[in-house]
Design a protein around this ligand. Structure first.
Ligand SMILES: [Zn+2]
Length: 548
């Protein structure tokens, strides 16, 4: 194992030396570097057809992922473990004037001795137990583990039974474009080679879950994420006649107050609790300043899931919207009554009615008025127009499509429309209810139990960070998938994920990562011993257990 650890450290430093910041041409250079490292392995020189690029379709930078396939030669076997690691990193501007050294850990650490660091980072720097550098933690050390594992296995391929696939993907920190293109490629490969996939393993980073947490985690399954959103249509009015209007900001504010960080919306599975939702955006859509109140507002939540499916989240959010809308109307009536009393005017109840519908329901109502064919044609043209615009954030495109569909409707009364904003990362829960899931739980349990180290190893459910692992499966229930597709404006044109391919893969997933601290900060670092010795042993044993 000593040689193995040395090789992983060497690879981690080598991979870190090449910058691969998200959305830059360096991502392509990085893919070519990883391809080159694998291509120098005698196994792939003998089997060049097993080393491939997977293009990122329609990408202006021409980015690509790398897919390496290893077929054991001991006995024919279709058992296959799929492993993934991302090659891209976040930007380097957080290093300030040391940015040029962010790819050279040893030089960077020398420079760090001359500047002020947060106390914990300073302690770790002085301990000599850590390596600092952009991407070394998230997640080039993880890639190094997988590349070294392939080297170890291929060196003795005659005695290896089963198959391995390594997908080195791009664009993970962005739109998961690498994985979204790898998923269909994995489905095709499965047919081509007759493989039976057993699990999807990622080696993305792992860190302490709370201050003073000494545990080192292996995660089976992953959290997911949905972005339930609200398009609120109020009633515009001049501020001089304010009670004649309905301010959409008052409704979105109420919804924020009701939902934000409210544990009522946490998913609890096997005692593990997801984080409650939080707003990612809340604003009205009035571009200019004027004495007219806003007419529409939009609001987007980040909603973590461990068991809730899109149909269930939609349901909960529609109930929330109804409740909040009604409360706003009640409050307005109370305030109007008091105002009328003190201003000595006659009071009459305000005309508002709480109305909430999903995007799907709005579409159906507009369809009744406009006609199915002509609405489909109009929406298609609008989607194509939006798709071609590069200056609009893809989150806003769905909202603009709703605004458009709503504008085609004759009914201008206040309404809240609930929908989904992309992206969608399904959660994957590995319960142990199928033989495949059970085998994975056993493989991990054995790896953790037999790995001797000074660390406290713990395996848990649900990798807590949003990652490409989510695309290893999708909900099997038609109602869940339909609720998402029908309520994500422009699904298939403005945003798509290969749901059918994800359902075909239907893999239990896990993450066995390097240990370190401060991902996405300039003090990003790995702890060497766990990363180069313990994590690789856990990965190796888990893979071997699965293929046994
Ligand atoms: Zn990562």
């Amino acid at each position: 194992m000593k040689e193995f650890a040395k090789r992983i450290e060497e690879l981690a430093l080598d991979l870190t030396s090449q910058f691969s910041v998200l959305d830059t041409p360096d991502e392509v250079v990085m893919a070519e570097k990883v391809y080159g490292i694998l291509a120098s392995n005698p196994y792939f020189q003998k089997h060049p057809e097993l080393l491939r690029y997977v293009e990122l379709k329609g990408d202006s930078l021409g980015r690509k992922s790398v897919m390496a396939i290893v077929k054991g030669e001991k006995k024919p076997s279709d058992k296959t473990v799929v492993m993934i690691g991302h090659m891209d990193t976040v930007g380097i501007s957080d290093y300030g004037n040391l940015a040029e050294f962010a790819n050279q850990p040893h030089i960077l650490m020398e420079k760090f001795k001359e500047i002020q660091l947060p106390p914990e980072a300073k302690r770790d720097l002085e301990s000599g137990d850590y390596l600092f550098g952009r991407g070394i933690f998230d997640m080039k050390s993880g890639d190094a583990i997988l590349i070294a594992l392939l080297e170890k296995v291929t060196a003795d391929i005659e005695n290896f039974e089963g198959n391995l696939i390594y997908g080195a993907v791009c664009d993970e920190e962005g739109n998961s474009g690498g994985m979204l293109n790898l998923t269909p490629a994995l489905v095709k490969l499965q047919e081509e080679m007759g493989f039976e996939y057993l699990a999807l393993l990622d080696t993305d980073y792992m860190t302490s879950e709370y201050e003073g947490d000494e545990n080192k985690y292996v995660y089976i399954g992953t959290v997911g994420k949905l972005m339930p959103s609200f398009f609120v249509v109020g009633k515009e009015t001049h501020v001089g006649e304010s009670f004649k209007g309905l301010d959409p900001n008052q409704i979105t504010s109420k919804i924020t107050d009701r939902v934000n960080l409210n544990p009522e919306f946490c998913d609890i599975v096997e005692g593990e609790v997801s984080l409650p939702p939080i707003t990612l955006k809340q604003r009205d859509l009035k571009p200019e300043y004027s004495c007219q109140i806003a007419k529409t507002a939009v609001q987007i939540f980040n909603y973590a899931t461990q068991c809730s499916t899109p149909d269930q989240v939609l349901d909960k959010m529609m109930k929330v919207a109804e409740e909040c809308f009604q409360e706003v109307i009640d409050t307005l009536n109370q305030r109007y009554e008091v105002f009328c009393k003190i201003a000595n005017r006659p009071f009459a109840k305000l005309p508002w009615e709480a109305r909430v519908m999903s995007y799907d329901q709005l579409y159906a109502l507009v369809e009744q008025e406009v006609g199915a064919d002509s609405l489909a044609g109009l929406v298609k043209a609008k989607m194509e127009d939006l798709a071609s615009k590069t200056d609009i954030d893809s989150r806003d495109k769905g909202m603009l499509l709703i605004e458009y569909v709503h504008s085609l409707w004759s009914d201008r009364n206040p309404v809240v429309i609930v929908y989904f904003t992309p992206p969608y990362y399904p959660h994957i829960y590995v319960e142990g209810s199928t033989p495949k899931e059970k085998a994975l739980l056993d493989a991990v349990a054995d790896a953790v139990d037999t790995t001797k180290s000074e660390y406290k190893l713990v395996y848990k459910k649900f990798f807590p960070y949003i990652s490409d692992l989510s695309y290893g499966a999708a909900p099997r229930e038609e109602i869940a998938v339909e609720a998402f597709k029908a309520n994500t404006p422009g699904f298939g044109t403005l945003y798509s994920i290969p749901i059918e391919d994800m359902q075909t893969l239907n893999l239990p997933v896990l993450d066995i990562g390097s240990f370190g601290k401060d991902a996405h900060k300039f003090t990003e670092r790995i702890e060497k011993r766990y990363t180069f010795e313990v994590a690789p042993e856990l990965v190796y044993k888990t893979v071997m257990n699965l293929l046994k």
